[in-house]
Ligand binder design. Sequence first.
Ligand code: FE2
Ligand code: FE2
Length: 260
Amino acid sequence: MPIKKIYTEAYPLYDDGEHKVFWLGIEEADEEHGILTNQYLIVDGNEGAVLDPGGYFIFERVARNVLSRIPQVNIKYILYSHQDPDVIGTINLWYEEAPMAKIAISNLWIRFLPHLGVSESSRIVPIPDRGDVFKLGNSKIIAVPEHYLHSPGNFGFYDEKSGILFSGDIGAAAFPKDEWYLFVEDFEEHATYMEAFHKRYMSSTKALRAWVRYVKKLNPKMIAPQHGAIFEGENVKKFLDWLESLEVGVDVFEKEFWGD
Ligand SMILES: [Fe+2]
Ligand SMILES: [Fe+2]
């Protein structure tokens, strides 16, 4: 399905009146700028958290869709899964756009942020390796360690109230041209769009299987990655089982590049 204009607006993934989660839209023009990305907003009461708001060419859309749901002074957190340009490219703009927000990213990446023009660090929150908990209104967002999947300092964010796990690049899919959908329907077909990405961008089978074990216990209702489509219902289990059987990164590296 090609990207349609309707998807330029925020789309609700969860809403119980008090607690809301939105996917923040996509535009046809996004296809001209490399891999498609997903951004998310969590609102509890009058506080909001923006997840992986991304790079420059999507800033206008993401900011518009965030500010249509919450005043900028009520944005309490900007939460970053890792340090890639498609994740933190506009960190200096969000510093201004969300003047009260704490900006959280793995402890490993703090020293690199000045290179993006972030010269004032009082609102930067380093996430320790073991993870952290962020209180939003009456809800909690848990930073789930995803180290080496793919960045050495990487976090997913689990929104307890909605049961949605925002998984960063885990679960990423690269759609073929003119193909796009928001929710996974045909898992087997979707896996063909995920496989090459995971084999090359994920570093370690051991790290991946440890994450799958943790997430199976967490039992999320939905898994929402930063690229590709969202898993819900039985596709959550299918996705976790698929990941468990996948070999990635250093474990396939030798064979892929130098042969047997
Ligand atoms: Fe990445
Ligand atoms: Fe990414």
